[in-house]
Design a protein around this ligand. Structure first.
Ligand code: SF4
Ligand code: SF4
Length: 105
């Protein structure tokens, strides 16, 4: 299975699990990835942008003030569901999926 944010973010409706004949979806497992903002972000080039912050349904992206530069997006991996809405909205194609780190108890 592949998540293609350009085709719309995951809303966690569960339709994929219902449609799949194989027992590969675990309802409680969640996404195996979170998103990461790369250095391709427009802010790195001094261009103001907040599209990812505005598109996140979980407030996982905040904008950090900088002196003499546009606000810098910060992504909280703990709050990110991996839905992909931020990646779909990014005009710089600067947000990618990375493997979610699993904390050992
Ligand atoms: S993948 Fe979804 S939850 Fe995670 S930062 Fe992007 S919009 Fe927010
Ligand atoms: S949407 Fe993309 S370019 Fe805009 S602030 Fe977020 S990561 Fe940077």
């Amino acid at each position: 299975m592949e998540l293609l944010p350009d085709h719309g973010e995951c809303t966690f409706c569960g339709a994929c699990a219902e449609a799949c004949p194989e027992p590969v979806f675990e309802a409680s497992a969640g996404m195996a990835h979170v998103m990461e903002i790369t250095t391709d972000c427009f802010v790195q080039a001094g261009i103001a942008c907040m599209s990812c912050r505005d598109s996140c349904p979980n407030a996982a992206i905040t904008m950090q003030p900088q002196i003499g530069a546009p606000f810098l997006p910060r992504l909280d991996a703990a709050a990110c569901t991996g839905c992909g809405a931020c990646a779909a909205s990014c005009p710089a194609d600067a947000i990618r999926a990375v493997e979610r780190e699993v904390e050992n108890a």
